[in-house]
Design a protein around this ligand. Structure first.
Ligand code: DGT
Ligand code: CA
Ligand code: CA
Length: 578
């Protein structure tokens, strides 16, 4: 069975979790987390890298020790370091960490002092009102634990789109090679560009469906066939991802693609339009009485009800059909519209490359400018910059800009918003930068009122350009902080500062709805990579997908501006005399 980067990254994350429960050195923990990030960001599978005879240590953040562990995993499917840790802390203990409010310290206490080593035991203890009696836990925590466990049971885990892509693309090419296959498209929420997907919906056009079904059964990564007919099947992959496959005839392709792309709500609205016009749209075509009048292409389906093609990213029944009727569909932003990136890290903090290497990589991605925005001092585990290190970095950037051509490096910082809403570095230092990117990195669970006030205060600082990852959510991991985003958007409009859409596949906040709200308030969104390595700029594709889902055009996005226009806009966010 092939080993994917995601498998190695998951093992590293697991080691990091276990080390945290053991109260290990935070830098050691961070090294594993960073390696996991690097692996997830690689455009290529590590296994291929090794097969080509290349050294894993060439990868950023992968030293000898980590490379050895990866090689061991690739060769044996096991990681002895992880197995060693599991001798002390069983894997089921890690699940406790996923409960919001249970950090490593509390999990350690539950495990070592109470012998609670899995979710069932946790639930039993909470029901028996034993959690509230433990030192450091209260009745509120106990109640929260019970609520979270109940809601977790209800909902099935969704896959990050980026993770699903790792499994979807190889399966797509496998199916394309089956006899008589014309085209294979991954439809559903995946095609609509959602940040997470519940399952994959694959549509195949072929002369004959039998070879497709055969190919699916023979696919190496299928763990179980859940149902199978002559033209449809549902299988479960070994990674846990469910896949629906449908085979249709060429002449129904457009209608089937429209149907399986959804969303359901969008399609229902479309069908109602058709009904009003005396037509019937289904997955086989568009019909007037018994006569088929369209359905070979998706365009023909929309055209049959007098509409232009509607981009899949917009198909959420959020007014796109009305906009299409009025000829007011937005011309959605494309990746090629981006002229720069305003959030990136170097090895001065928790990145893995030098400033120069990052700039070169951004240039290779077709960008004209890159802002270096390392962390500020408060974020100790990331070796955040204090004033003197920041000033030294600014000098280094000035020198580099003299030296290199073809890309302009901007001087920035990702400064922590402290609990009282002040910024982690003094204004007189910050104001020497080209831009200030600010973010919340701790105290995520303040009340909505306090959290909103905290951010609004920060936005009132003399130097404040972009609010980074405004909600702080980590998909499948940490929920969004409680804030009044409308108020924050309003304040950004008044102040002339910007909000970030962070392109990391597990962040992607602002989300689609938030993007649309920012656009409507006239606040420009900055689609940033938050790259921590030279490979990591590839995530901009995910940011662009989310931006499209938020109806954004190139004009709605800050970093589509030319360097000159951008600098003028940034300057207004930076008060030069503090
Ligand atoms: P997901 O998988 O939860 O991320 O979301 P989707 O949108 O991929 O939903 P899924 O996999 O249940 O179904 C794929 C598409 O099939 C969906 O977007 C629209 C279509 N579809 C499924 N069930 C229905 C239905 O009952 N009515 C209509 N009109 N379309 C449906
Ligand atoms: Ca789906
Ligand atoms: Ca499905």
């Amino acid at each position: 069975m092939p080993i994917h980067n995601e498998d190695i990254a998951a093992a590293f994350d697991e080691i990091a979790d276990l080390l945290e429960i053991e109260n290990a050195n935070p830098f050691r923990v961070r090294a594993y987390r960073n390696a996991a990030l690097t692996l997830r960001g690689l455009p290529q599978e590590a296994s291929e890298w090794v097969a080509q005879g290349r050294e894993l240590t060439e990868l950023p953040g992968i030293g000898e020790g980590l490379a050895k562990k990866i090689n061991e995993f690739l060769q044996t499917g096991k990681m002895s370091a992880l197995q060693q840790l599991h001798k002390k802390v069983p894997a089921s203990v890690e699940e406790l960490l996923k409960i919001p409010g249970l950090g490593p310290k509390r999990v350690r206490a539950l495990f070592l002092n109470e012998g609670i080593s899995n979710l069932d035991q946790l639930e039993r203890a909470a029901r028996g009102r034993r959690i509230q009696q433990l030192p450091g836990f209260g009745e509120k925590t106990e109640q929260k634990i019970l609520e979270v466990l109940a809601s977790q049971r209800k909902k099935k885990q969704r896959f990050l789109r980026a993770t699903a892509a790792r499994y979807a693309e190889p399966l797509r090419s496998w199916l394309s090679r089956a006899t008589g296959v014309d085209s294979v498209v991954i439809a559903g929420s995946y095609r609509r560009g959602r940040d997470t997907v519940g399952d994959l919906d694959i549509l195949v056009t072929a002369r004959d469906s039998a070879p497709v079904m055969q190919a699916l059964c023979e696919y190496d990564e299928v763990a179980e066939t859940l149902s199978q007919g002559s033209t449809r099947a549902t299988v479960l992959l070994k990674c846990g991802l469910q896949v629906d496959v449908r085979v249709v005839e060429q002449k129904s392709f457009g209608a089937a693609l429209q149907y399986f792309t959804g969303s359901k709500a969008h399609s229902i609205q479309l069908r109602r339009l058709a009904q009003d016009a005396g037509l019937k749209i289904n997955e086989y075509g568009v019909f007037k009485g018994r006569r088929r009048i369209a359905g070979k292409t998706e365009e023909s389906v929309y055209q049959s009800v007098g509409l232009p093609f509607i981009a899949p990213e917009l198909r959420e029944a959020r007014g796109e059909i009305e906009a299409a009727q009025r000829g007011k569909l937005p011309k959605l932003i494309e990746r090629s519209d981006l002229r720069g990136d305003l959030h990136s890290h170097t090895k001065a903090t928790d990145g893995t490359a030098s400033i120069k290497a990052m700039a070169r990589a951004a240039q290779a991605q077709g960008l004209d400018y890159l802002a270096i925005t390392d962390h500020s001092q408060h974020l100790r585990v990331a070796k955040g910059l204090d004033a003197s290190r920041l000033l030294a970095q600014m000098d280094a950037i000035d020198r580099l800009n003299e030296e290199i051509r073809g890309i302009r490096i901007l001087k920035g910082i990702e400064v922590d918003i402290l609990e009282d809403g002040s910024l982690d570095l003094d204004a007189e230092v910050l104001c020497r930068l080209d831009l200030v990117v600010a973010a919340v990195h701790y105290q995520f669970d303040l009340s909505r009122r306090r959290q909103t006030t905290r951010i609004l205060r920060a936005m009132d600082s003399p130097c404040f350009s972009i609010l980074a990852h405004p909600t702080g959510r980590l998909l499948n991991n940490r929920s969004a902080i409680e804030i009044d985003l409308d108020k924050i958007i309003q304040a950004a409009a008044e102040r002339g500062c910007f909000l970030e859409l962070n392109s990391q596949p597990d962040r992607l906040d602002l989300d689609d709805v938030n993007c649309l709200a920012a656009k409507q308030a006239g606040v420009l969104v900055s689609v940033n990579s938050d790259a921590h390595s030279v490979e990591n700029f590839a995530v901009l594709d995910y940011g662009i997908l989310q931006a499209k889902r938020g109806w954004l055009t190139a004009r709605d996005v800050l970093n589509t501006r030319s360097l000159k226009e951008l600098l003028a806009l940034l300057k207004k966010t930076m008060q030069t005399s503090a």
